[in-house]
Write a protein that binds this ligand. Structure first.
Ligand SMILES: Nc1ncnc2c1ncn2[C@@H]1O[C@H](COP(=O)(O)OP(=O)(O)O)[C@@H](O)[C@H]1O
Ligand SMILES: [Mg+2]
Length: 283
């Protein structure tokens, strides 16, 4: 791993990799809270309403479903990249977004080792300068692979719902990242709320524990209402932002996206590539 890390550093210096590309992870403690719908629609709005170049990576190894939500059949996936194929040959474009599809299967998670992740990152390296945003939809929970995608991102949107179990699991995710890696660049999105108040109450409950016990000043990304239009569109393999652009969910999500865009870039502590190198060095 040390050799690989050195190789990547050399590559960074030689290629003057564009450090302006923002990497955003979308994560959650609990499954089924709306990560993939958030990631797909957020990417859609960033690309179509704000004119950004977006690559959406389905990094939910084992339960990949971005390609199902956008209704595109793919033969090649992240798995092909992990076995050495070129990223350009795997990415497809739909509705103004570039998508790197993920893969599923009972053994999927076991097929991915750290060297494969390293190769993947090298490939990503070649394409990242084409994009303003690389948005990474991760698996639920705090598996090692998820951790490496989060660590590589300058910010992580943690999705939760008002359910106590989802809040507890979001807390556990934030706690692990803080304790293990001193990572605290989180923004919380409360999804499937019945009212704005319910969303804010949920956030405040999470925030008070996170602030008190972990010493992080937790930030709110936003709240997203429960809407039947999501289920309707998911069933028809459509995207709510495209079909119901004035649904409250879409308007709320657009607000989150515009705040993301309005924010100055995070202070350069470690770039994406430096973080990856440092991560590999620790292996
Ligand atoms: N705001 C929402 N309102 C209603 N249903 C939602 C909302 N967000 C997500 N869902 C539904 O919740 C389920 C899980 O969403 P998904 O994005 O796949 O979650 P995850 O990626 O976290 O597992 C889907 O059936 C989706 O239709
Ligand atoms: Mg998902």
């Amino acid at each position: 791993m040390e050799e690989q890390a050195k190789g990547l550093l050399k590559l960074i210096n030689e290629k003057k990799i564009d450090r302006n590309t923002k990497f955003l992870a979308v994560a959650s403690g609990k499954g089924g809270v709306g990560k993939t719908n958030f990631a797909v629609n957020f990417s859609y709005l960033m690309a179509n309403d704000f004119g950004k170049k977006v690559l959406l990576i389905d990094a939910d190894i084992g339960m990949a479903n971005v390609h199902i939500l956008v209704n595109v059949n793919t033969k090649k996936t992240l798995k092909n990249i992990l076995s050495g194929e070129k990223i350009e040959d795997i990415i497809f474009s739909t509705r103004g977004i570039d998508i790197l599809p993920g893969f599923s299967g009972i053994d999927a998670i076991n097929e991915v080792d750290d060297t494969a992740v390293f190769r993947f990152v090298q490939n990503l390296n070649d394409v990242s300068e084409k994009y303003d945003y690389i948005i990474i939809d991760t698996a639920a929970g705090i598996d090692n692979k998820v951790i490496s995608f989060i660590r590589a991102s300058s910010k992580t949107y943690v999705i939760t719902t008002p359910e106590p179990t989802a809040i507890m699991d979001a807390y556990a995710l934030i706690k692990s990242m803080k304790k293990l890696y001193d990572y605290s660049d989180f923004k919380v999105v409360v999804n499937m709320v019945k009212s704005e108040e319910e969303g804010l109450e949920t956030f405040n409950r999470l925030k008070s524990s996170v602030d008190k016990f972990l010493g992080i000043n937790l930030q709110l990304g936003g709240v997203l209402g429960h809407t039947k239009n999501i289920q309707k569109t998911v069933k028809k393999k459509q995207i709510i932002s495209e079909v119901y652009p004035s649904d409250k969910f879409v308007l709320q999500l657009k607000k989150i996206a515009s705040e993301e865009l309005g924010e100055p870039p995070p202070p350069v502590k470690e770039s994406f590539w430096e973080k990856v190198v440092n991560f590999l060095k620790k292996e």
